[in-house]
Write a protein that binds this ligand. Structure first.
Ligand code: BDR
Ligand code: CA
Length: 310
């Protein structure tokens, strides 16, 4: 039976690739896409999610709009990376499919209560506001979650929005603290992994030839590659968010450690830092499987093969 997942997202070109990978994979049953403010404001992330579903020819996918601002802070966005629309790189038609009426947080709560306990996996690839709000409002859902597989944080790689913090955690550190402290089985794809999942000319060209959605994926990766190559001085750009879905499909592509990870919410200097006890020196109980390694060739092969099916 296919594994039931909900993707919580702020598309974003790399979010888009993650969603396409999920839609292309029969091992996964995508119950819904919940949108959150992050890379761009909520109105745009909710629109982008539907553009992506229509690109994949899957307009029946349910898309929900959620929180338009972090739990207790002002929203920080990342148009400098993703462009004004969040999906800059190619102009796609405005979506025809409707947004669901229900709020994303209510959908998360209702679904986790309705489905058998331990059968729904959450895949957050944006700030954790929707997930934490659902947990705060309905703590009974927490033990019902099978697993959370998220993109966020960094250890040896430091941060990407500040020297200490990765964007998804930085935008809503209070939400991240709640999620990391909830006691749910947690798999984290930090920058330590995603900065090894780099595009290259050959990989982007392989995307371009990957069926109907290939040209759009190549245009998106081309777009944010420009920014990232300059920033990191690397050959290509990290493809962050699809690492979560790839893990659900082929966990053997990744290596990591079960360790303690705490979120900094007090310091201005290191706000949103994931304090990852990689060397197990704190004595604090492990709460997350924090990944550090990826078979990048295997990852890009999986992605390209799956995208070509759409
Ligand atoms: C994360 O931040 C966003 O810009 C990307 O979509 C990804 O989820 C990487 O730090
Ligand atoms: Ca994202």
């Amino acid at each position: 039976m296919a594994r039931k997942i909900i993707i919580d997202t702020d598309p974003g070109q790399d979010d888009a690739v993650a969603i396409l990978l999920a839609l292309a994979s029969p091992e996964l049953d995508l119950l819904g896409i919940t949108c959150v403010a992050g890379n761009v404001p909520l109105e745009m992330t909710a629109k982008n999610a539907r553009i992506i579903c229509e690109l994949a020819n899957r307009p029946e996918t349910r898309v929900f709009a959620g929180c338009d601002a972090p739990m207790s802070r002002k929203l920080v966005t990342a148009e400098h990376v993703h462009g004004k629309t969040g999906l800059d790189g190619i102009t796609l038609p405005d979506p025809v499919m409707e947004l669901q009426d229900q709020h994303a947080v209510d959908f998360l709560i209702e679904t986790l209560r309705a489905e058998p306990e331990g059968t729904v996996t959450l895949v957050p690839i944006g700030p954790l506001t929707n997930i934490a709000t659902a947990m705060e409002r309905a703590p009974d859902i927490i033990p019902r979650i099978q697993e959370i597989v998220l993109m966020g944080g960094g250890c040896f790689e430091g941060g990407n929005i500040t020297p200490a913090a990765e964007f998804n955690i930085y935008v809503d550190p209070e939400a991240a603290k709640l999620v990391f402290g909830a006691g749910v089985p947690l798999v984290v794809m930090p920058l330590d992994v995603t900065h090894k999942a780099l595009t290259s000319r050959a990989r982007v060209e392989a995307f371009r030839n990957a069926g109907r959605v290939g040209p759009a994926v190549a245009s998106w990766t081309d777009f944010f590659e420009r920014f990232d190559k300059e920033k990191y001085g690397s050959e290509g750009a990290p493809l962050h968010d699809p690492c979560t879905i790839a893990y659900l499909l082929q966990p053997e592509l990744f290596t990591g450690r079960h360790i303690n990870v705490e979120i900094e919410t007090g310091s201005d200097l290191t706000l949103g830092m994931t304090v990852a006890d990689w060397w197990r020196v704190s004595g604090r109980a492990p709460n997350a499987t924090f990944m550090g390694g990826i078979d990048d060739d295997g990852f890009f092969t999986l992605l390209t093969e799956r995208l070509a099916r759409l």
